[in-house]
Design a protein around this ligand. Structure first.
Ligand code: MN
Ligand code: MN
Length: 324
């Protein structure tokens, strides 16, 4: 009988003790034998405003120490069904962004060759493009659920094609995406031009701006998203700045009027049943996160992604039955 890795419990060693790994899972040197790997990419040389996301993976791991194995809302018990470990960090080149994106693609090609689902701790959003290149090599073009305050579809930034505002433009150029199955949720704020989000719409992508989400719970939106994506392989990219800064101030490119934490949970829980092939949580910047709560929420969102992966059964929530 297979023994699955388990997070180290809070009654075995004090939660603040020991080396920091995602959810206090074992650290693994190789993806062999794993179903899912948490992987850090400690980079911020793609940021355009405040930096600091190089420290994101380390801080997310640290704050993940409070996470327990069972999801009390969905009944998911990921560690009863999947072999999960922390595959540590990608050895990026902190002086060279263009070399770094190639290092990331090579690294993920190897991980994916073992049939592993990568869940990535960022790092700035540049990293999603090189991951999607590796994903395309294994699965072909994929559907995308991208939650962000920003579209990240710039042609250039400061004349550069590789930056955290460009990953989905580059992924589109490389044919990584199924255009009719790309969903961008949470976009808002000020633009360079009035038609900033229209390029995406012109490609057939669905753009759900933050204002359209205000005051709503989002299970119905996700029902539509699931219906459109069907069985296709799908990648989830979650930029923490999609959340309102009241919830997640610890990030580099803050925009007011964002999503709530419960909307974030609606979105990720609404991905259950999809053929998810990978996901990331990006743009946590610890120098702007003095309470650690932004990293802690990021850790929870990564855990929720784990809970909706293929092979993890969902059980109905235990509602009270009261009509109110
Ligand atoms: Mn982004
Ligand atoms: Mn953003």
């Amino acid at each position: 009988m297979k023994t699955f890795n388990q997070p180290l419990g809070g009654n075995e060693l004090a939660r603040f003790g020991g080396p920091a790994t995602m959810m206090r899972l074992p650290a693994a040197a190789s993806p062999e034998g794993l179903d899912v790997a948490f992987i850090g990419i400690p980079m911020d040389h793609g940021t355009s405003n405040r930096s600091g996301t190089r420290l994101g993976p380390r801080q997310i791991r640290d704050e993940s120490r409070m996470l327990r194995p069972y999801n009390m809302a969905t009944g998911a018990a990921p560690f009863d069904h999947l072999q999960v470990a922390d595959l540590r960090d990608v050895p990026i080149n902190t002086f060279d962004l263009k070399k770094t994106v190639d290092i990331i693609t090579d690294h993920y090609r190897k991980v994916l060759s073992h049939g592993v689902i990568p869940l990535t701790l960022g790092g700035d959003h540049t990293l999603t493009w090189p991951i999607l290149r590796a994903i395309k090599d294994r699965y072909g073009p994929v559907a995308l659920i991208h939650i962000d305050a920003h579209a990240d579809i710039n042609e250039h930034m400061f004349g550069e094609t590789v930056a955290h505002g460009c990953p989905f433009r580059r992924a589109w150029e490389d044919g990584c995406l199924i255009n009719a199955r790309v969903f961008q949720i949470g976009l808002r704020g000020t633009g360079y031009a009035a038609d900033d989000f229209d390029w995406a719409r012109g490609q057939g992508w669905t753009v759900v701006q933050a204002e359209e989400c205000w005051g709503k719970s989002l299970p119905r939106l996700m029902e539509i998203v699931r219906d459109r994506i069907g069985e296709l392989p799908v990648y989830i990219s979650y930029d923490i700045d999609s959340l309102d800064p009241a919830f997640a101030p610890g990030t580099g490119t803050v925009e007011p009027g964002g999503l709530t934490t419960w909307q974030a949970l609606d979105i990720i829980r609404g991905c259950a049943g999809l053929n998810i092939v990978g996901g990331d949580l990006v743009e946590v910047s610890p120098p702007y996160d003095p309470t650690g709560n932004t990293a802690l929420i990021g850790a929870n969102i990564l855990y929720e992604m784990l809970c909706v992966l293929p092979g993890v059964p969902q059980h109905p929530s235990r509602f009270s039955g009261l009509q109110f």
